[in-house]
Design a protein around this ligand. Structure first.
Ligand code: OKP
Ligand code: ZN
Length: 346
């Protein structure tokens, strides 16, 4: 399988995040992508640097003001205090109900809150460059399948599926899967499905396409009553306006069995087929793995092979986009298992 990789990913390397009130090492690390790269390379898959500019899809998916903020965020942070190079900005105030989100304060931390859904998405010096390069990775993979490749795999970070049109969150800044889907739409594909199998609901992707009838979003994830992102991902969210009926959430309780997970996968796959998808984007989070440190499903490497096989049986041109997965040392093998399963189906 062709794999596009992000040569700037390691520039996004925040040191810590807040976990239960403590400062802890980040879960979303450069090593994650490096493990996936070496697993794919070791198995003989072709690694390519991005060869397309995703600028047009980027402008369709994210808002100008948010993009301006993100592009300049690190220099704004430094202009507050040169010592900030050694610090990470965290939002501390948000425009929740009754507060205004239609104005843009001058204060940097206030703007950071305006454009963040949580305090769990630390910015670093190279965040913009890495995230922006990820857009080109996604666009390149979409072009490759449009030109006839059966599938292409995006090895990039930071991940994207929690990022909405004008906000970051959950380690995500720019929505790579949405960029891939939009790029496919801009090429020859009329009906694009995004299937999100990350442990966490892809709230950003859902919200971006919620009122569109040309992109179907389906997600299997930990029940948001107890699992991040908590405020979206329920079964009654089925799309609105033109997009009515084009959104499918399959939440499962934390601790659900592998059998229950594959039943949900079957429901999602049947629905995407019935809807008439002509191309597929897989938001491939591997944090459904039994060894994941922050998630509560129990898939094994063998189950990832089975996932790849089932996806291949949809018979659609497919772009895989790496999302979560925090058992870093096993991440490369698990990703390779999905690829192997996919390629084992003729
Ligand atoms: C991103 B992806 C630490 C809590 C965890 C939310 C999890 C983000 C998961 N403060 N933060 O969907 O794998
Ligand atoms: Zn996740």
């Amino acid at each position: 399988m062709i794999a596009y990789w992000n040569p700037l990913h390691a520039g996004h390397a925040p040191a810590h995040e807040i976990f239960r009130g403590d400062k802890v090492a980040c879960f979303e690390t450069p090593a994650r992508a490096d493990f996936v790269l070496s697993a794919l390379q070791g198995a003989g898959h072709e690694l390519r640097e991005p060869d397309q500019d995703g600028a047009s899809a980027l402008a369709q998916i994210h808002g100008d003001r948010y993009l301006d903020f993100l592009r300049t965020a690190w220099s704004q942070w430094l202009s507050l205090d040169p010592q900030n190079e050694q610090r990470q900005p965290f939002p501390s105030v948000w425009p929740v109900r009754s507060l205004r989100s239609d104005i843009e304060p001058v204060n940097f931390v206030a703007r950071l809150g305006l454009y963040s859904m949580d305090n769990g998405s630390p910015l670093a010096h190279g965040t913009w460059a890495a995230a922006r390069e990820g857009v080109d990775v996604a666009a390149s993979a979409a072009h490759a399948v449009a030109q006839g490749a059966r599938a292409a795999f995006c090895v990039s970070r930071p991940p994207g599926h929690h990022a909405g049109r004008d906000f970051m969150g959950g380690y995500c800044f720019l929505n790579n899967a949405a960029i891939a889907a939009q790029t496919l739409r801009n090429l020859e594909f009329e009906r694009v499905a995004v299937l999100d199998v990350d442990y966490h609901h892809g709230n950003g992707t859902q919200s971006i396409f919620y009122e569109r009838s040309d992109v179907f979003f389906a997600s299997i994830h930990g029940d948001p009553l107890t699992e991040y992102p908590f405020y979206l991902g329920y079964a009654d969210e089925t799309g609105e306006g033109e997009g009515a009926g084009c959104n499918l959430n399959l939440p499962l309780p934390a601790g659900s069995s592998v059998a229950a997970w594959f039943e949900a996968l079957e429901i999602a796959c049947k629905r995407l087929g019935k809807w008439g998808a002509t191309a597929l984007v897989v938001s491939l989070g591997l944090d459904t793995f039994e060894g994941d440190p922050i998630s509560h499903f129990a898939l094994t490497a063998g189950d990832f092979v089975r996932l790849g096989e089932r996806l291949a049986r949809l018979g659609l041109p497919t772009v895989f986009v790496l999302e979560g997965g925090y058992a870093a040392a096993e991440l490369g093998h698990n990703a390779l298992c999905v690829v192997n399963g996919f390629e084992a189906v003729a």
